[in-house]
Write a protein that binds this ligand. Structure first.
Ligand SMILES: CC(C)(COP(=O)(O)OP(=O)(O)OC[C@H]1O[C@@H](n2cnc3c(N)ncnc32)[C@H](O)[C@@H]1OP(=O)(O)O)[C@@H](O)C(=O)NCCC(=O)NCCS
Length: 217
């Protein structure tokens, strides 16, 4: 019997930093920035993600943020805001979606405000999150899925050396209701260039993962 039945004690982080970016859970005070970024990006998000027409007011964004803070606390979903370090400008969102904590199987999702496209920000963010997942969450699988027509999205896992494992025809409905072909990209530890124990990472934190969700091979 597990002493801790919930996942709330899994150690996470306050923020992650890369060369140009800071990624951290949303704060209520981010509502205005989030609302403005979605408002400028609705047409750019609409073909690919279901939230293009949400965030119609700052209050709605604040409500969503509080909901995601609850998911962070329970470790059900790890949604992150992305900020440019040099300017503190809000760039977009990403997140590690735990598909199965016991097996340490995670999916990464992402979007950028339209005015932040084309600078490699998302590639940098996904690289950092992937590294975090393997080095600190001891991931066994990190996955990225996207509509085959979403060329910019598919370019990110390709650029980072993810393996394309599947091309699923008529897999699900796109936001416009048409059936889409979904590409599945993934990395597992043996795909990494260097063994995990040689990667820089938070070894101490990895060792403190509660036993009940550490998958035993
Ligand atoms: C998917 C999405 C995040 C991709 O954005 P993006 O700007 O193409 O991705 P990056 O931030 O990694 O930038 C890569 C681009 O910047 C360029 N770039 C400039 N400097 C760079 C750098 N230092 N490193 C890498 N790329 C750089 C790349 O050449 C590339 O441009 P190109 O495609 O014209 O060659 C964005 O299109 C988006 O938000 N779409 C709507 C939501 C969505 O589809 N989400 C995914 C659902 S599965």
């Amino acid at each position: 019997m597990n002493a801790t039945p919930y996942l709330t004690l899994i150690p996470l982080f306050e923020e992650l930093q890369s060369e140009r970016l800071i990624m951290r859970p949303y704060r209520e005070s981010d509502a205005q920035a989030l609302f403005e970024a979605v408002a400028e990006s609705r047409d750019h998000i609409r073909p690919w993600l279901p939230f293009a027409d949400t965030h119609q007011t700052v209050e709605e964004s604040r409500d969503w943020i509080i909901h995601e803070q609850a998911n962070w606390l329970t470790r059900e979903d790890l949604i992150l805001s992305i900020w440019e370090r040099a300017t503190n400008r809000f760039l977009g969102g990403t997140g590690i979606h735990p598909k199965n904590w016991e097996h340490r199987y995670f999916e990464i999702g992402y979007w950028l405000r339209v005015s932040a496209q084309g600078h490699g920000y998302m590639t940098e963010a996904v690289q950092l999150l992937t590294h975090y997942a393997f080095s600190s969450l001891a991931a066994n699988r990190v996955e990225i899925r996207c509509d085959e027509r979403n060329v910019r999205s598919a370019a990110i896992p390709r650029r980072l050396g993810f393996i394309q494992e599947a091309r699923m025809r008529n897999h699900m409905a796109a936001p416009d209701g048409t059936l889409r072909t979904t590409l599945v990209f993934a990395l597992i530890p043996s795909d990494l260039c260097r063994p995990l124990n040689e990667m820089p990472g938070d070894e101490k934190q990895r060792k403190t993962l509660p036993d009940h969700f550490v998958h035993r091979l």
